[in-house]
Ligand binder design. Structure first.
Ligand code: SAH
Length: 329
């Protein structure tokens, strides 16, 4: 606006149209003069995702979206209903280069990062299409958010902007496989979001086998940065632990996890692993999951089993994009 020799407040108006009212064209911006609408049309472009597929669970109110990006790539978002409101799980990259052995999203490698606009558009499009109010957000879809650090940070700033959607970062969780240097950086931003760490194993040998990132940063370095993250931000850390049959679900594993997290102000989220046919891993039995949780509770570690939502629509991370062969529109 400054470059066009226009008053500052025009920028505020444009921002509100884009991020509050979320219109899809400049001509809908009725408090902007017609000439300005036309000038914007010439100079700018409003990013827009398309709903390529939409699956609605018959079991609960989960809706899974396959969104098409303007370059023909696809990503997924999942809208879930909880007691406290609706939560959206969004993707942060097209594909992923972290290589976790149980995960569908990384099978084809990383294609590219999502832009801040594309991530915002996942939120806006899901809300518009479903007519539901999104009250919390998790960065747990396709991609490693901290591998797309600058764009994710800009996205979080826009998401929580008082003149935009104004979603408090207290209602946002960011999940990472453990990029220690980036957690270090994130700590300095002092944001009130919840950091979720995908731990999944308690010794380095096993964790390195299933999560290559562990070769770069061992569990000790990861837990050390988590301790400092908590000390600095005062935000309780959440640890994710996907239970894989015969790999990390024995009573000894539960005890080792409790030992590792002793004295930590944290929460453990147990996820019965979703079977992905290419990976060869199986999910732990319900008894094994319950036994694991009880053991942790007995050892004073706060643990819940993630409620399974949308199991009839393949709502787990990266599966729709692969199963439909729709890595491209
Ligand atoms: N890259 C980030 C966020 C995306 S994955 C991360 O690693 O945390 C979101 C969560 O789903 C992670 O905890 C991840 O380990 C887990 N996950 C991936 N594949 C899974 C599967 N097949 N079953 C259960 N959880 C899985």
């Amino acid at each position: 606006m400054a470059r066009e020799g226009l008053p500052k407040y025009r920028a505020g108006q444009l921002f509100a149209w884009l991020h509050q009212k979320q219109v899809l064209s400049f001509e809908e911006m009725t408090n902007l003069p017609k000439v300005l609408q036309q000038r914007l049309e010439e100079l700018c472009h409003i990013n827009r995702l398309t709903v390529e597929r939409k699956l609605q669970s018959q079991l609960d109110e989960t809706v899974k979206y396959l969104f098409g990006l303007e370059d023909g790539n696809c990503v997924e978002s999942v809208l879930m209903r909880y007691k406290h409101g609706d939560s959206l799980c969004i993707s942060t990259q097209v594909g992923c280069r972290m290589g976790c052995k149980f995960c569908a999203s990384t099978l084809g490698g990383l294609v590219r990062n999502l832009t801040p606009a594309e991530m915002l558009d996942e939120v806006y499009t899901a809300a518009r299409d479903s007519g539901r109010k999104i009250s919390s957000l998790v960065l747990m879809g396709i991609g490693e958010p901290l591998d797309n650090y600058d764009n994710v940070l800009r996205f979080l700033k826009l998401l929580s902007h008082k003149d935009g959607l104004n979603l408090s970062l207290r209602h946002v969780s960011l999940s990472t496989c453990g990029l220690v240097d980036r957690i270090e950086r994130l700590m300095e931003e002092n944001l009130p979001l919840t950091l979720s760490i995908s731990l999944h194993a308690t010794d380095n040998e096993k964790r390195s086998q299933i999560m290559p990132v562990n070769n770069r940063w061992h569990i000790e370095a990861l837990l050390d940065v988590c301790k400092r993250y908590f000390a600095r931000t005062g935000r309780r850390i959440s640890f994710e632990y996907a239970l894989i049959e015969g790999v990390n679900d024995s009573p000894e594993d539960a005890k080792a996890l409790a030992d590792l997290l002793k004295g930590f102000i944290c929460h453990v989220n147990l996820i019965p692993v979703n079977q992905v046919k290419e990976t060869g891993f199986s999910r732990s039995s319900r008894q094994a999951v319950e036994r694991f949780q009880k053991l942790l509770e007995n050892l004073q570690i706060n643990a819940t089993v993630r409620r399974e939502l949308g199991s009839d629509i393949n709502a787990a991370c990266g599966q729709l994009r692969r199963d439909t062969g729709r890595t491209k529109v």
